[in-house]
Structures are given as C-alpha cells and as structure tokens.
Design a protein around this ligand. Structure first.
Ligand code: BG6
Length: 483
C-alpha cells in the first residue's frame, strides 16, 4: 500500500526497552519528526516485556534522545512524545498481541478500520523469540491487511545459512516478500551510498576501476570500541558473522556492482554479492585469519582483554578481528584481490576503501604507486594519492594528494532515519534481499566452520594496536601491506 502524507501511520517497536532502540531508533524517529518527514498522523508504540507505564516509557524515549542529540527542541520533543505509547507483553503470548492489536485500533482512531493504516513493525528482539513474535503478529491481526504492513528485521539475519533459511520460511509464512525489510544500517550511511554515486557521477573514476589498472583493493573497518555490553550476542557471533557477513560484503558489493538505474539496482548489488568467491589456496589459513584482543591502552584508557569482558564465556575463542581475501567473478574485476579486515578495540575508528593502482613502469626516487582512499567513517574523506617531481636536475618525486572531506552536505539524516523513511514509503532498494543474505551466508559458512575449529590459530593482539602481527605478515606473504 502506498503511503501518502495523510495516511495514518503506526510504528511498532518490538524490543522497545533494548539498547538499539535507545541508541539509534528513538533519536532517528525524533530527527524525522523534527524535519517533518513523518506522516502527519503518526503513532509510535513500544512493545516489550518490561512492565512500565506510558509516562515512564516516554521518559526513557526522551532520555535516549537527549543523550544522542547535541541540541533538543523542547517543545518539539514534547509534541513528539505525545505520539509515543507503550504496551508491555510477553513475546510468546498470543493474548498479549491481541491486547496490542486492540490498543492499536484505539490509538489509530483516525482509521475507519485498522487496515486503512500503514503499520511498520520493527523487530529489535533476541533470535530466541523471533519465530513466536512473527507468528503472533500475524495471528493477532497486528499485521492488518496484506500489503499495508512493513516488517523490519535487523542484520545478522540468522547465525548461518540453515538458521537464515528457517527465518526466511517463518517470515514468508506470515508476510509477502514486499512487506519484509532486511536492514543493514550500513546501507543507510550516506558515505556508503555515495560509493555508488561517486562512480555513477564520475565517468573518469569509473574508467579507472578496472583490473588492468588495479593492483588490489583494501577494505578496512576498524573500531576502537569493544563489546559495549553486548557479550551475550557477540560472544556467539564474532566479527566474521557480526561485521564481515553483512557490512563488509554490502560495502564491497557497492564498489563492484554494475551501475544500473533504480529498477535494476537491487538485483545488480545482489549479483555483485553472489560473485564473490574465495581464491584457490592450499589451505584456508591462507585466505582467512582471526584474532582476539588482549589487554591494552586506547588513548588514556586501559582496556581489559576480551576474555575478561563481562559476559564472555570462559576460554572463549570468539574472533574480534578478521582478515580475509576475496575475489569476484565480475569480469572487470577479474584477478583483483580484495583484502578485507574488520576488528574491535583497534587503534582508531576508521572505515576505508583503498584502491591501490598498479605501477606500470618504474617512476623514480621517492615514488610510490597511485592510490585512492575513500574514507567512509572516522576522518571521512576522499584522497587521491598522486606524485609530482621535486625541482632539480634529477627526477625525484614527492606526494601530491588531492582530497576532499566527504562531509554530509544537504539533507543529512542518521542511517536509521533514512532507512526508516524509505521503509515507511515502501521502498526496498536499500534493504537486503533474501538472495543477498543467502549468498553472504553461503560464502561465510565454510569460513566460520574453519575458524571455529579448535586447531585453527586465534591470534592475540593488544587493544589499541592495528591488529595481530600475523595479519601484517600474511599481507607481506601476499606481496603487499595494509595501509
Ligand atoms: C553493528 C555490529 O551491526 O555495527 C557492531 O553489530 C558494530 O558490533 C556496529 O560495532 C558498527 O556500526 P557503526 O555504525 O558504529 O560503524
């Protein structure tokens, strides 16, 4: 169902007292309200197991918005809070969802029947209750009429290919595919989206992105943060499932996908993801390397080792760092290695794609191969590393760096804000398709099986470093180095 600004709209958040809700979703909804981007008649209904009254819930929402925003418009915040409601209930009790449905009908008084409204259900819930919640949404009538509901599911969708397939089956028993929105918040980041538009808008750049000119690609996602109280989830997942499976693959696919118009866009990104493969190697250890952080210092802070983080199981071999080599079958990239890495508790926060060009002929003293850095997070910017001759009789060279800080100019929305807006309006382009998630797990599963094996090395690195020294040695063996 198309949503016009006058269609009444309800946002139902399952897991309303959770971390993600407080950190990302309430601030994003407030920003959309502030910018008048929500439909005129909107309601926000939190659903969670925690017993609390509406006033307490509104205070929780207000506190999370205040914690996130530099400046809060108090009268607008109060107006926003008047749209916010709360309903407590169990995830496995159909009766509680029936009460929610009745409550929604009262809140959505502008609709003649609930089916005339657009409802969006955001699932920010543990995997253990996922199936029950989906079934109850449908059985209780919360879903409403086919086509008027949007169901948002956060990455990672599943734990492996098999659990993903089970989730897909559960979702498809209840919803039509066009009602399902698989969210990877990296696809809501302006800088990540811009990867596509930089190519689209700059034919000269697009011409450089060819295997005949490129030596290799590096994709680095380094975080200085650690677990942030999420050991329960992360200790089961690890960086390969948590970060590489979705964020890194989605970003890299944005670089390698064929440029298509809006209609073919999602299929093209999906195709790019499906074309990644593991290079032939004698041993999987030549393709993937894992690490775990030990104690160390970041800035002035002493950080404890992963093994001593609250909630981490004793003797945990969970990876907090992964380096991986990928190739793609897309013809223009054939033969170009993609070295990707992601890790927690590293020296700094930076998400960067570096395109290292070939040095086609020896240049001279002080020279280095050309390269292009696209820094998506951290000190965001784009840097083209060229070189220029130093004056004098001999040909010697110094770097010439052309750069632009890729700061947000225009309608800047937080990543969850832009994705929510698109889901509200029924646009799926920037959400993952089932086929993309399937392709990602197909690639990741054998790697996960390999690194989970007790004989596969897990390299320790100090918090605040750039990762395990074995990762640098691995790159050296590959004939290159991390930038
Ligand atoms: C999440 C991961 O999807 O992305 C986290 O679960 C990670 O482990 C986070 O820290 C990084 O997101 P951002 O937006 O801070 O780069």
């Amino acid at each position: 169902m198309e949503l016009s600004t006058s269609t009444p709209f309800s946002f139902i958040l399952f897991g309303a007292s959770g971390n993600l809700a407080k950190l990302k979703i309430y601030p994003a909804l407030y920003t959309l309200a502030l910018k008048k981007r929500l439909p005129e008649q909107y309601s926000i209904i939190g659903y969670a197991r925690t017993e609390m009254d509406e006033a307490a819930f509104r205070s929780l929402v207000a506190a999370s918005i205040r914690a996130d925003m530099i400046e809060v418009n108090e009268s607008l915040l109060q107006e926003f809070l008047s749209h916010v409601h709360y309903q407590s209930g169990q995830y496995d009790k159909l009766e509680d969802f029936t009460v929610l449905q009745e409550r929604l009908n009262v809140i959505e008084k502008a609709c003649s029947t609930s089916t005339d409204c657009v409802r969006l259900g955001y699932l920010s819930i543990p995997p253990t209750v996922f199936t029950q919640v989906i079934r109850n949404i449908c059985a209780s009538g919360v879903r409403g009429k086919a086509g008027s509901f949007r169901c948002i599911v956060e990455k990672p969708v599943g734990h492996d290919l098999q659990s993903f397939e089970a989730i897909r089956t559960t979702l498809m028993e209840c919803f039509e595919e066009k009602e399902i929105y698989l969210l990877d918040h990296y696809l809501g980041k302006e800088a990540v989206r811009n990867l596509y538009y930089l190519r689209f808008a700059n034919p000269i750049l697009e011409r450089l992105l060819k295997n005949t000119l490129i030596h290799h690609i590096e994709v680095t996602a380094s975080e200085s943060l650690g677990l942030e109280g999420r050991a329960g989830y992360f200790d089961e997942a690890g960086t390969l499932r948590d970060y590489i499976q979705s964020h890194i693959l989605a970003m890299t696919a944005m670089l390698t996908m064929r440029l298509e118009n809006e209609h073919g866009f999602r299929e093209s990104r999906q195709n790019a993801l499906e074309q990644f493969y593991l290079p032939p190697a004698v041993h999987l250890n030549d393709v993937i390397l894992q690490g775990q952080y030990g104690a160390g210092k970041i800035g002035n802070e002493h950080e404890r080792p992963y093994s001593e983080e609250e909630g981490v199981k004793e003797g945990s071999r969970t990876n907090t760092y992964i380096a991986l080599k990928l190739m793609t079958r897309i013809s223009r990239w054939e033969g170009v290695p993609f070295y990707v890495r992601a890790g927690k508790r590293l020296s700094k926060r930076e998400t960067r794609i570096t395109i290292q060009f070939q040095e086609t002929h020896p240049v001279g003293k002080g020279s280095f191969p050309n390269r292009l850095d696209i820094i998506l997070q951290g000190e965001a910017g784009m840097r083209l590393h060229l070189q220029t001759k130093i004056s004098g009789t001999e040909p010697a060279f110094r770097p010439l760096i052309m750069e632009d800080p890729l700061v947000c100019v225009g309608d800047c929305l937080p990543e969850h804000g832009i994705l929510l807006l698109e889901a509200i309006h029924g646009k799926q382009q920037w959400f993952l398709s089932f086929a993309e998630v399937h392709a990602a797990w197909r690639l990741i599963d054998p790697l996960q099986a390999h690194i989970s094996h007790p004989t596969t090395p897990l390299h320790l690195y100090s918090a605040g470093s750039n990762g395990p020294k074995e990762s640098d040695e691995w790159m050296k063996r590959e004939g290159t180095e991390w930038f």
